[in-house]
Design a binder for this molecule. Structure first.
Ligand code: SF4
Length: 416
C-alpha cells in the first residue's frame, strides 16, 4: 500500500504528516509521490484566502488526475465552513479535532488491507471474553518459528506481545469484572515478551499475584518453552494456575520433526512432559499431532505413538497432514495418500479415546476444584469435563468428589 502526503501551510502540518507517515511506515505502508500513491492525504492550510483556494483546487485536481486513489483531506481548512471537500472529490474528511486518529482513518480507507508484516500488537483488552465464566486474554500474536507445514507466520506476521504493564492492568480488570478463569492465549505464547526481561513465566508470576477469586490457564506452549521457572510456578501456585499443559508434539519421529522444521527431538518432548507431571500434582498433558507428513513411514508413525505414550499425553488432537500452498512442505516428496493419512489418524484417535478415558478414570475418588458452567456441569482445573450431582449456578468454584464417569465426562458430588 502506497501513501502520499501533500502538505500545505506551516511546520506543524509538516511535523504531523511526518509523524503519521512514520507510523504508517512501521505498518508496511510505503511513501510515494501523490501521482503513484494508493492513498493521498491533503493536509490543508487556512491561514490566508489564497492558501485556502489552493488547497481546495488541489483536492479537485487530484480527484481528476487520480480517480482510482483514495483521498483524505485534513488540516485547518476542514474546521472552516464553506468548502465541501466531499463534493470536490475527497473520500474522507478528518478535522483537526480528529487528527489524532488520522492513521486509523487512513487504514480504514484501505479496507483493512494493511500488510501484516510489522503490524503492532492489538487485542487482549478488558472487554474480551466469549462467556461470563472464561475470558480468552490475548497476550501475544505472530510467529517466526518457520515450521515447514505452517502458513500462519505469513498471515499473522512476526511475534509481538501485549506490553507487560498493559497486560497486568488489563488482567486486573478482567478479574475485577468477575471472570473466574482467564486463559492466556496467543499464536505462540512461549514467545511472549521476547527480547524483554518479561517472558511468559514472568508474566504468569506477576498476574497470579493479583488478588481475587480466579484461576489462570495456559493455552498451547511449545516443548522448548516449558522452562524450569514456568513449571515451578505451576507447582507452587497450583490453586491459581490450572494443572494442564497443552504441548504440541506434531510427530514423535526425529526424522519427521527435522523435516517439519520443529526445533526439538522426541526425547526433549518426553522429558518436558514427564518432568512437569512429576512436579505438578494431577497435571494433564494435551497435544496436537500431525499424521502422514510427507516421508512419514509406518515406523515413524510408530515413533509418534511411543513418544505420546512415554510422555503420558492424556488428550490429543490428531490432524491428517494437509498441504498448504506457500509453505516449505508443500513441495516435499514422499506424500501419502488420503487413505493412508486417514487410516493413521483414525488408529491414533481410537487409541487415545481409551487413554483419555483411563486418565479420567484415574481421577475417581479424588477431589477436584471445578468451575461451574450452565446446565449442572463444569470443568476441573486439569481440564476434564465434570457433570455435577446438583444443578448450581454457573461461574462458581466448587470442590467435587469424583465418583465415576458417564458419556465422556466425570461425575461427582459437591462437597463443602
Ligand atoms: S506451527 Fe506454531 S510454532 Fe510452528 S510456525 Fe506455525 S504457529 Fe509457529
Amino acid at each position: 500500500m502506497k501513501i502520499g502526503f501533500m502538505t500545505f501551510g506551516c511546520k506543524v502540518n509538516a511535523s504531523e504528516d511526518e509523524f503519521v507517515s512514520g507510523e504508517l511506515a512501521a505498518l508496511g505502508f510505503a511513501a510515494a509521490p501523490p501521482a503513484e500513491a494508493d492513498v493521498i492525504v491533503i493536509n490543508t492550510c487556512a491561514v490566508t484566502e489564497t492558501a485556502a483556494k489552493r488547497c481546495a483546487s488541489c483536492v479537485s485536481a487530484m480527484r481528476r488526475k487520480r480517480p482510482e486513489a483514495r483521498i483524505i483531506v485534513t488540516g485547518c481548512l476542514t474546521g472552516l465552513s464553506g468548502t465541501d471537500f466531499k463534493a470536490l472529490g475527497a473520500d474522507a474528511v478528518v478535522t483537526n479535532g480528529s487528527k489524532g486518529s488520522l492513521k486509523e482513518h487512513i487504514i480504514s480507507l484501505t479496507d483493512g488491507l494493511v500488510p501484516v508484516e510489522n503490524a503492532p500488537f492489538y487485542g487482549g483488552g478488558p472487554s474480551v471474553g466469549t462467556s461470563k465464566t472464561r475470558a480468552f486474554f490475548k497476550i501475544q500474536d505472530g510467529c517466526d518459528a518457520g515450521c515447514a507445514y505452517c502458513i500462519i507466520p505469513s498471515l499473522r506476521g512476526k511475534p509481538r506481545s501485549k506490553p507487560y504493564k498493559e497486560a497486568l492492568a488489563d488482567f486486573a480488570l478482567l478479574v475485577e469484572r468477575g471472570f473466574k478463569e482467564i486463559v492466556l492465549v496467543g499464536i505462540h505464547i512461549g514467545m511472549y515478551g521476547r527480547g524483554t526481561p518479561y517472558g511468559l513465566a514472568e508474566l504468569l508470576e506477576a498476574v497470579t499475584e493479583i488478588p481475587g477469586d480466579y484461576r489462570v490457564r495456559l493455552s498451547s506452549v511449545e516443548t522448548g518453552e516449558i522452562t524450569d521457572k514456568l513449571v515451578g510456578l505451576m507447582a507452587e501456585r497450583r490453586e491459581r494456575i490450572c494443572p494442564h499443559l497443552h504441548i504440541p508434539l506434531q510427530s514423535g519421529s526425529d526424522k519427521i520433526l527435522k523435516a517439519m522444521g520443529r526445533r526439538y527431538f522426541a526425547a526433549d518432548y518426553i522429558n518436558a512432559a514427564v518432568n512437569a507431571a512429576k512436579r505438578v500434582e494431577d497435571l494433564t498433558i494435551g497435544s496436537d499431532v500431525i499424521v502422514g507428513f510427507p516421508g512419514e513411514t509406518e515406523a515413524d508413525f510408530g515413533d509418534t505413538v511411543q513418544t505420546l505414550k512415554k510422555a503420558g499425553a492424556d488428550f490429543i488432537h490428531v490432524f491428517p497432514y494437509s498441504e498448504r500452498k506457500g509453505t516449505a512442505a508443500s513441495g516435499m516428496e514422499g506424500r501419502l495418500s488420503k487413505g493412508e493419512k486417514e487410516a493413521r489418524a483414525s488408529l491414533l484417535r481410537g487409541m487415545w479415546d481409551e487413554v483419555s478415558l483411563a486418565s479420567m478414570r484415574a481421577m475417581k475418588g479424588k477431589i477436584c476444584r471445578v468451575l461451574t458452567e450452565r446446565g449442572g456441569k463444569g470443568r476441573s482445573d486439569n481440564y476434564m469435563p465434570v457433570v455435577l450431582s446438583a444443578d448450581i449456578p454457573p461461574n462458581r468454584f466448587v470442590n467435587v468428589l469424583i465418583t465415576g464417569d458417564e458419556n465422556g465426562s466425570l461425575t461427582g458430588d459437591i462437597i463443602p
